[in-house]
Design a protein around this ligand. Sequence first.
Ligand SMILES: *Cc1c(COP(=O)(O)O)cnc(C)c1O
Length: 428
Amino acid sequence: MTEDMYSMYESMGIRREVAAFGDAVAESLTERFSAIDATAEYNQLKVVHAMQENRVSEACLFPSSGYGYNDIGRDTLEKVYASVFHTEDALVRPLIACGTHALGIALAGNLRPGDELLSAAGKPYDTLEEVIGIRPSRGSLAEYGITYRQVDLLADSSFDFAGIRAALNSKTKMVTIQRSKGYQTRKTFSVSQIGEVIRFIKSIRPDVICMVDNCYGEFVERIEPSDVGADLIVGSLIKNPGGGLAPIGGYIAGRRDLVENAAYRLTTPGLGKEVGASIGTNPAFYQGFFLAPTVTASALKSAIFAANIYEKLGFSVVPNATESRHDIIQAVTFGSPEGVIAFCQGIQAAAPVDSYVTPEPWPMPGYDSDVIMAAGAFVQGSSIELSADGPIKPPYAVYFQGGLTWPHGKLGILMSLEKLVEKGIVKL
Ligand SMILES: *Cc1c(COP(=O)(O)O)cnc(C)c1O
């Protein structure tokens, strides 16, 4: 590291030893980072190709209002998503409030009373419990007479093929598969593992709808679950595919009839995709999708950097320093509340927004322990931006994700290390 770089880091409050330690780790990752850059290059071409093929024009960036009939920007963007994901159709809307909403309408739009939903990847993401009615909730699928079954993963986080075979029955209409581990301790599935389980399911029940919760997975690999047989893929625009620029939104891509069914639930039967003004979100959606491959690469580098820094210091990290990656989430186990708090305070101190506030643990609704969250994001709650959170309970792990640029992700991790050194939790 050059002298002017050290003094720049020093001006940010990062001591020389921390910067030097980080730099040595970063140096050791050159080869891995160039493989990530190659994936970003491939995916960048995929996105630009889709934009050209669908003749994205200046008019696509104009806002629409009211009903939003003939919103060419919105309709063309949905074609671009469909081209990138190699699907028949897509629904990409600012009216989709978040990832949970997108998953909720994909499910509710395609299931009918008497149908059964099967989760092939064990317990789904927390917020889906109330959508499905695993935890009783008003308006859940359960209230509409849609039943639910779940096949837990095996001890090594792999799919329980025999269990899935046994659970599929004449009522099973849809299977949901969550790609990312989210905030669980299992492993994240690769796209090829997802393809394997979908082939297995289709060999038994070719007509069953396979939906993949693709949150945090987009553009991490060169292929997506829709390339290996998923009928629907679903995600949030304040994660990978929004590229940090989308201020809101979600997407559903897949088979035309299934996407339409979801649209009839998002708006109303009869109206479907025809209504829903984009009210000025098109420029951010297009530009964000354009940036998404490199932004995802930055988040991945930041996660790998964190894994290597903290594994080297003796902490347990999931995924570990050398494992291949299938999403952008990094868990680090500190084993003490002080470690979790110092890490999150470092991430906050590195933020472009609200860097001067000090996050503290608090009893968040829906959690069974205090939780500390670090997020100094341009878009509230955006987790493609540098962010971290940790429940204050054993094993005292933090979940770290995002980083719109690699230099910023690096700064965040170095700042977290600085705080741990300051508190005497880590010695270099
Ligand atoms: C984030 C996430 C969701 C839900 O997204 P929200 O935007 O928070 O509603 C669902 N599944 C997974 C795996 C996620 O990571």
